[in-house]
Design a protein around this ligand. Structure first.
Ligand code: ZN
Length: 271
Protein backbone atom coordinates (compact mmCIF):
# COMPACT_ATOMS: atom_id res chain seq x y z
CA UNK A 1 0.00 0.00 0.00
CA UNK A 2 1.47 3.39 -0.90
CA UNK A 3 2.23 5.26 2.31
CA UNK A 4 2.95 8.92 2.94
CA UNK A 5 6.60 8.82 1.82
CA UNK A 6 5.69 7.05 -1.44
CA UNK A 7 2.93 9.58 -2.08
CA UNK A 8 5.34 12.44 -1.45
CA UNK A 9 7.98 10.86 -3.69
CA UNK A 10 5.30 10.53 -6.37
CA UNK A 11 4.26 14.16 -5.93
CA UNK A 12 7.81 15.41 -6.30
CA UNK A 13 8.26 13.33 -9.43
CA UNK A 14 5.70 15.29 -11.45
CA UNK A 15 4.47 18.40 -9.58
CA UNK A 16 6.90 20.84 -11.17
CA UNK A 17 6.57 19.36 -14.64
CA UNK A 18 2.76 19.48 -14.75
CA UNK A 19 2.28 22.90 -13.10
CA UNK A 20 1.18 25.45 -15.68
CA UNK A 21 0.14 22.88 -18.31
CA UNK A 22 -3.32 23.09 -19.83
CA UNK A 23 -5.67 20.10 -19.73
CA UNK A 24 -6.50 18.94 -23.24
CA UNK A 25 -8.52 15.78 -22.51
CA UNK A 26 -9.71 13.55 -19.68
CA UNK A 27 -10.19 9.83 -19.98
CA UNK A 28 -11.94 7.67 -17.39
CA UNK A 29 -11.53 3.90 -17.10
CA UNK A 30 -13.45 1.66 -14.74
CA UNK A 31 -15.05 3.19 -11.62
CA UNK A 32 -12.67 3.96 -8.77
CA UNK A 33 -13.48 4.11 -5.07
CA UNK A 34 -15.49 7.34 -5.39
CA UNK A 35 -16.96 9.05 -8.47
CA UNK A 36 -15.15 11.97 -10.08
CA UNK A 37 -18.00 14.30 -9.11
CA UNK A 38 -17.83 16.53 -12.18
CA UNK A 39 -18.36 16.24 -15.93
CA UNK A 40 -14.83 15.44 -17.21
CA UNK A 41 -15.35 17.97 -20.01
CA UNK A 42 -15.42 20.71 -17.38
CA UNK A 43 -11.75 20.05 -16.68
CA UNK A 44 -10.65 20.51 -20.27
CA UNK A 45 -8.86 23.79 -21.10
CA UNK A 46 -8.13 24.51 -17.44
CA UNK A 47 -4.57 25.19 -16.38
CA UNK A 48 -2.95 22.98 -13.74
CA UNK A 49 -1.66 24.76 -10.64
CA UNK A 50 0.48 23.49 -7.76
CA UNK A 51 0.29 19.86 -6.64
CA UNK A 52 0.30 19.59 -2.85
CA UNK A 53 0.00 16.72 -0.40
CA UNK A 54 -2.09 16.23 2.74
CA UNK A 55 -1.63 12.85 4.40
CA UNK A 56 -1.78 10.32 1.59
CA UNK A 57 -3.89 12.59 -0.62
CA UNK A 58 -2.59 14.78 -3.40
CA UNK A 59 -4.41 17.95 -4.37
CA UNK A 60 -3.92 18.96 -7.98
CA UNK A 61 -5.14 22.52 -8.29
CA UNK A 62 -6.94 23.65 -11.43
CA UNK A 63 -8.17 27.11 -12.33
CA UNK A 64 -11.65 26.23 -11.10
CA UNK A 65 -11.40 23.77 -8.22
CA UNK A 66 -9.07 20.83 -8.31
CA UNK A 67 -8.65 17.09 -8.11
CA UNK A 68 -8.03 15.13 -4.93
CA UNK A 69 -6.09 11.97 -5.74
CA UNK A 70 -5.58 8.89 -3.59
CA UNK A 71 -3.59 5.80 -4.53
CA UNK A 72 -5.67 3.39 -2.44
CA UNK A 73 -4.11 -0.05 -1.95
CA UNK A 74 -2.36 -0.56 -5.25
CA UNK A 75 -2.43 2.71 -7.18
CA UNK A 76 0.45 4.52 -8.83
CA UNK A 77 0.72 7.69 -10.84
CA UNK A 78 2.83 8.18 -13.91
CA UNK A 79 3.40 11.39 -15.80
CA UNK A 80 4.93 11.44 -19.23
CA UNK A 81 4.56 12.52 -22.82
CA UNK A 82 4.48 8.99 -24.20
CA UNK A 83 2.66 6.67 -21.82
CA UNK A 84 1.10 4.64 -24.62
CA UNK A 85 -2.41 3.27 -24.93
CA UNK A 86 -4.18 2.85 -21.58
CA UNK A 87 -4.16 -0.73 -20.29
CA UNK A 88 -6.89 -2.58 -18.36
CA UNK A 89 -5.69 -1.15 -15.02
CA UNK A 90 -5.38 2.47 -16.17
CA UNK A 91 -8.49 4.21 -14.86
CA UNK A 92 -7.79 7.92 -15.13
CA UNK A 93 -5.83 9.99 -17.63
CA UNK A 94 -5.43 13.73 -17.30
CA UNK A 95 -4.00 14.66 -20.67
CA UNK A 96 -2.14 17.98 -20.74
CA UNK A 97 0.01 19.86 -23.22
CA UNK A 98 3.11 18.56 -21.45
CA UNK A 99 2.11 14.97 -20.94
CA UNK A 100 -0.43 12.66 -19.42
CA UNK A 101 -0.93 12.06 -15.72
CA UNK A 102 -2.15 8.48 -15.43
CA UNK A 103 -3.55 6.57 -12.46
CA UNK A 104 -2.92 2.84 -12.71
CA UNK A 105 -4.77 0.90 -10.02
CA UNK A 106 -5.43 -2.86 -10.34
CA UNK A 107 -7.53 -3.06 -7.17
CA UNK A 108 -9.36 0.24 -7.76
CA UNK A 109 -9.40 1.44 -4.14
CA UNK A 110 -7.77 4.62 -5.36
CA UNK A 111 -9.73 7.71 -6.28
CA UNK A 112 -9.80 10.94 -8.23
CA UNK A 113 -12.39 13.33 -6.82
CA UNK A 114 -13.18 16.85 -7.96
CA UNK A 115 -13.83 19.59 -5.42
CA UNK A 116 -14.20 23.36 -5.61
CA UNK A 117 -11.38 23.67 -3.03
CA UNK A 118 -9.50 21.40 -0.59
CA UNK A 119 -11.60 22.72 2.29
CA UNK A 120 -14.91 22.44 0.44
CA UNK A 121 -17.14 19.67 -0.86
CA UNK A 122 -15.93 16.10 -1.15
CA UNK A 123 -12.30 17.02 -0.42
CA UNK A 124 -13.13 18.62 2.91
CA UNK A 125 -14.96 15.46 4.00
CA UNK A 126 -12.01 13.25 3.10
CA UNK A 127 -9.36 15.54 4.56
CA UNK A 128 -11.34 16.72 7.58
CA UNK A 129 -10.42 14.00 10.09
CA UNK A 130 -6.72 13.84 9.34
CA UNK A 131 -4.14 14.33 12.08
CA UNK A 132 -1.24 16.78 11.88
CA UNK A 133 1.48 16.41 9.26
CA UNK A 134 4.58 14.67 10.67
CA UNK A 135 6.91 17.33 9.23
CA UNK A 136 4.84 20.23 10.58
CA UNK A 137 6.08 22.17 13.59
CA UNK A 138 2.75 21.27 15.20
CA UNK A 139 3.81 17.63 15.46
CA UNK A 140 5.66 17.46 18.78
CA UNK A 141 5.88 15.19 21.78
CA UNK A 142 3.53 17.58 23.57
CA UNK A 143 0.94 17.17 20.80
CA UNK A 144 1.30 13.40 20.88
CA UNK A 145 1.08 13.28 24.66
CA UNK A 146 -2.03 15.49 24.78
CA UNK A 147 -3.76 13.49 22.03
CA UNK A 148 -3.02 10.20 23.81
CA UNK A 149 -4.25 11.29 27.23
CA UNK A 150 -6.64 8.73 28.69
CA UNK A 151 -6.46 6.47 25.62
CA UNK A 152 -6.44 2.75 26.33
CA UNK A 153 -5.79 1.72 22.76
CA UNK A 154 -2.23 0.59 22.13
CA UNK A 155 0.28 3.21 21.06
CA UNK A 156 0.82 1.32 17.79
CA UNK A 157 -2.87 1.38 16.87
CA UNK A 158 -3.23 5.01 17.98
CA UNK A 159 -0.42 5.97 15.61
CA UNK A 160 -1.84 3.89 12.77
CA UNK A 161 -5.28 5.50 13.14
CA UNK A 162 -4.10 8.69 11.44
CA UNK A 163 -6.15 11.07 13.59
CA UNK A 164 -3.25 12.14 15.79
CA UNK A 165 -0.60 12.28 13.10
CA UNK A 166 -0.75 11.20 9.46
CA UNK A 167 1.89 9.08 7.78
CA UNK A 168 2.52 6.46 10.47
CA UNK A 169 1.75 3.50 8.22
CA UNK A 170 2.42 0.01 9.51
CA UNK A 171 6.09 -0.25 8.61
CA UNK A 172 6.88 3.28 9.81
CA UNK A 173 4.95 2.91 13.07
CA UNK A 174 6.84 -0.32 13.86
CA UNK A 175 10.21 1.23 13.05
CA UNK A 176 9.55 4.46 14.97
CA UNK A 177 8.44 2.55 18.09
CA UNK A 178 11.63 0.51 17.89
CA UNK A 179 13.73 3.66 17.55
CA UNK A 180 11.98 5.16 20.56
CA UNK A 181 12.26 1.96 22.64
CA UNK A 182 8.51 1.73 23.23
CA UNK A 183 6.62 -1.59 23.37
CA UNK A 184 3.92 -1.28 20.67
CA UNK A 185 1.33 -2.82 23.02
CA UNK A 186 1.67 -0.04 25.62
CA UNK A 187 -1.67 1.73 26.16
CA UNK A 188 -1.46 5.14 24.46
CA UNK A 189 -2.34 7.02 27.62
CA UNK A 190 0.54 5.39 29.52
CA UNK A 191 3.29 6.75 27.29
CA UNK A 192 5.07 9.50 29.23
CA UNK A 193 5.70 12.96 27.88
CA UNK A 194 9.44 12.24 27.64
CA UNK A 195 8.82 9.10 25.60
CA UNK A 196 6.32 10.97 23.41
CA UNK A 197 9.16 13.40 22.62
CA UNK A 198 11.36 10.46 21.60
CA UNK A 199 8.56 8.92 19.55
CA UNK A 200 7.68 12.10 17.67
CA UNK A 201 11.33 12.59 16.75
CA UNK A 202 11.71 8.92 15.81
CA UNK A 203 8.66 8.96 13.55
CA UNK A 204 9.84 12.09 11.79
CA UNK A 205 13.32 10.61 11.29
CA UNK A 206 11.86 7.33 10.01
CA UNK A 207 9.62 9.05 7.49
CA UNK A 208 12.44 11.32 6.37
CA UNK A 209 14.67 8.31 5.79
CA UNK A 210 11.90 6.62 3.80
CA UNK A 211 11.47 9.77 1.72
CA UNK A 212 15.18 9.88 1.03
CA UNK A 213 15.26 6.26 -0.03
CA UNK A 214 12.29 6.75 -2.30
CA UNK A 215 9.58 5.00 -0.36
CA UNK A 216 9.31 1.45 0.84
CA UNK A 217 9.43 -1.57 -1.38
CA UNK A 218 5.95 -2.85 -0.84
CA UNK A 219 4.89 -5.35 -3.43
CA UNK A 220 2.42 -3.21 -5.33
CA UNK A 221 4.23 0.06 -5.12
CA UNK A 222 6.21 1.48 -7.97
CA UNK A 223 6.96 5.16 -7.93
CA UNK A 224 6.24 7.31 -10.91
CA UNK A 225 9.58 6.46 -12.47
CA UNK A 226 8.87 2.74 -12.20
CA UNK A 227 11.54 2.16 -9.56
CA UNK A 228 10.69 0.50 -6.26
CA UNK A 229 11.98 2.15 -3.12
CA UNK A 230 14.61 0.69 -0.86
CA UNK A 231 13.34 1.53 2.59
CA UNK A 232 12.10 -1.90 3.58
CA UNK A 233 15.58 -3.37 3.19
CA UNK A 234 16.72 -1.00 5.92
CA UNK A 235 13.90 -1.94 8.32
CA UNK A 236 15.23 -3.01 11.72
CA UNK A 237 12.14 -4.81 13.05
CA UNK A 238 9.50 -4.78 10.30
CA UNK A 239 9.36 -8.14 8.53
CA UNK A 240 12.19 -9.54 10.69
CA UNK A 241 10.30 -11.92 13.04
CA UNK A 242 12.58 -14.68 14.33
CA UNK A 243 15.76 -12.80 13.44
CA UNK A 244 18.12 -11.24 15.98
CA UNK A 245 17.70 -7.58 16.93
CA UNK A 246 20.38 -5.44 15.31
CA UNK A 247 20.82 -3.61 18.61
CA UNK A 248 20.60 -6.21 21.40
CA UNK A 249 20.47 -9.62 19.71
CA UNK A 250 17.09 -10.64 21.18
CA UNK A 251 14.71 -12.38 18.78
CA UNK A 252 12.32 -10.04 16.97
CA UNK A 253 8.69 -10.92 17.62
CA UNK A 254 5.56 -10.59 15.54
CA UNK A 255 2.13 -9.97 17.07
CA UNK A 256 -1.17 -8.92 15.51
CA UNK A 257 -2.78 -5.67 16.64
CA UNK A 258 -6.00 -4.46 15.06
CA UNK A 259 -5.55 -7.06 12.29
CA UNK A 260 -2.15 -5.65 11.36
CA UNK A 261 1.18 -7.35 11.96
CA UNK A 262 3.42 -5.62 14.46
CA UNK A 263 7.13 -6.38 14.77
CA UNK A 264 9.12 -5.44 17.86
CA UNK A 265 12.16 -6.30 19.93
CA UNK A 266 11.31 -7.58 23.43
CA UNK A 267 14.78 -6.56 24.59
CA UNK A 268 14.82 -2.93 23.40
CA UNK A 269 11.16 -1.97 23.61
CA UNK A 270 9.57 -1.51 27.04
CA UNK A 271 6.14 -0.67 28.35
ZN1 ZN B 1 16.72 -5.28 20.70
Amino acid sequence: MPELPEVEVTRRSFAERIAGARVTAVRLGKPLRWPLGVDPQELVAQRVGPVTRRGKYLWLALERGGLLLHLGMSGSLAFGARLGTPGPHDHFDLVTQRGTLRLTDPRRFGAVVWSPAPHEGAASKLLGGLGVEPFDDAFTGAHLHAALRGRRVSIKEALLGGRIVVGAGNIYACEALFEAGIDPRTPGGRVSRARCDLLAAALRRTLLRALQTGGSTLRDFRDTHGAAGEFQREARVYGRAGQPCVRCGATIRRVVQGQRATFYCPGCQKR
